[in-house]
Design a protein around this ligand. Structure first.
Ligand code: ATP
Ligand code: MG
Length: 422
């Protein structure tokens, strides 16, 4: 891709209507644009990141046996009445009437919808467990939407639902998802605490939230730096003590954090409401035991922008970056015959052939402006070809996260960057 084709340009000034650091950077760098409060457009750069997050989630979900599907956002009121959630969710649910005067909800979550679906398909002899997931657009009329992508009124969620014959089997899979989520957040370069939280309206059991420390976070969490124990302030029993209940170290730290993921044991609440039964060993029909596991794609993106950035801009991990390489040739644009321009063209093609995504800054701009944009966009590796580097048949490579600059022989560049991809 050539930077001269960019329609949405980078901005020098922070937007006046964004408050979190990540949102300011994402808007300035041309990744997203606010449509209205809590609703964003993903511009081409932002959409590439969103797609990379989706690809990572798909890979991880498929690895634990998930089957992908896609449920609609438009859902009839009857579904929510069956589970008695029409009232419970009324604060955040967008509702509308269609031309036949039917009341419709734009689904804020899909436990109810998937249970209604399965009630028409599941027979008591079907093999359990199975795991279904989707990456889908959700709608929530959030009262406060002021942290950019972290809390929006329309957002993509990866939601996984699991179906088991026993609470023991749910507990087994719950631990698998917990571990899977830690892989996912590690690949996103996010340091997430697995945090004990309330089971919400679902159950008396605890749920687990995946919390990332951030000044833009709306949750308060107590964390232990020694054993990584973490507990949401909402479920703390011994509020007066700072002793860790796991390792007894006496300095639990209170942090502000953002919830990037949440996993719940639903038990039989939905299966009983919607009539999902399986044939148990003792011959009886027993309600299916369910779990629900969510990750918000935009929230992950907004959180990375918030916590993995510096005064110069965004810093993407290799797996999620919109491009992995930002290629700058300091030879005059339009001079395609010079040795430098030929080398730039060759490297551009070779890197792409090797499977790397390259953004070539061919704009007629000063080196300073190009360097500034490379940093602002947060592309992991900046490669510069100049008179100076050409003299030694090398290129200059800057690692965005580390900040260090090294000279690499031009013929070795592809191998060097490929080795960084893992
Ligand atoms: P919060 O407590 O932050 O409002 P929640 O507990 O209501 O979130 P869940 O219903 O557990 O959220 O949704 C699963 C995941 O979806 C969350 O962990 C988060 O990553 C994402 N998510 C939830 N609400 C939003 C939102 N308004 N905007 C963006 N992502 C969201
Ligand atoms: Mg939650």
């Amino acid at each position: 891709m050539y930077a001269s084709q960019f329609v949405f340009k980078t901005k020098k000034e922070d937007p006046a209507d964004e408050f979190s650091r990540g949102a300011k950077l994402l808007v300035r760098a041309g990744f997203v644009e606010k449509n209205f409060s809590g609703v964003y457009t993903y511009l081409p750069l932002g959409f590439r990141v969103l797609q990379n997050i989706a690809a990572l989630l798909r890979k991880e979900m498929d690895q634990i046996g998930g089957q992908e599907m896609l449920m609609p956002a438009l859902t009839p009121k009857a579904i929510w009445e069956t589970s008695e959630r029409w009232k419970i969710l009324s604060d955040i649910m967008y509702t509308l009437k269609d031309r036949q005067d039917r009341t419709i909800s734009l689904a804020p979550t899909h436990e109810d919808v998937i249970s209604a679906l399965l009630s028409r398909h599941l027979t008591s002899n079907d093999a359990l467990p199975f795991y279904l997931y989707q990456i889908q657009d959700k709608f929530r009329d959030e009262p406060r939407a002021k942290s950019g992508l972290m809390r929006t009124r329309e957002f993509f969620m990866k939601d996984l639902y699991s179906f088991h014959e026993s609470a023991e089997d749910l507990a087994r899979f719950y631990e698998i998802v917990k571990e899977c989520y830690m892989h996912i957040f590690a690949a996103c370069a996010l340091n997430a605490y697995v945090t004990k939280a309330s089971g919400g309206t679902f159950s008396n059991e605890h749920s687990h939230e995946f919390m990332v420390e951030s000044s833009a976070g709306e949750d308060r969490v107590f964390v232990c730096d020694q054993c990584h124990f973490a507990e949401n302030i909402e479920v703390r029993v011994e509020a007066s003590t700072h002793e860790c209940p796991e390792c007894s170290r006496a300095d639990l730290r209170e942090i502000k954090a953002v919830e990037v993921g949440n996993i719940f044991k639903l038990g039989t609440k939905f299966s009983e409401a919607f009539g999902l039964y399986h044939h148990a060993q003792n011959g009886d029909n027993s309600p299916v035991v369910m779990g629900s596991y969510g990750i918000g794609l935009g929230r992950v993106m907004g959180t990375i922008a918030d916590v993995n950035s510096d005064e110069y801009g965004l810093i993407w991990p290799m797996a999620l970056a919109p491009f992995q390489v930002y290629l700058i040739s300091l030879f005059k644009a339009g001079d395609n015959s010079s040795e430098g321009a030929v080398l730039a063209h060759t490297l551009y093609k070779d890197l792409q052939k090797a499977g790397l995504e390259v953004l070539c800054d061919d704009r007629d701009k000063s080196p300073g402006e190009k360097f500034g944009d490379a940093d602002l966009l947060g592309i992991p590796y900046r490669v510069v070809i100049s008179e100076k580097t050409l003299a030694t048949q090398s290129v200059e490579v800057k690692d965005r996260a580390q900040g260090n600059i090294t000279l690499i022989p031009a013929h070795d560049l592809v191998r060097f960057l490929i080795s960084k991809r893992i």
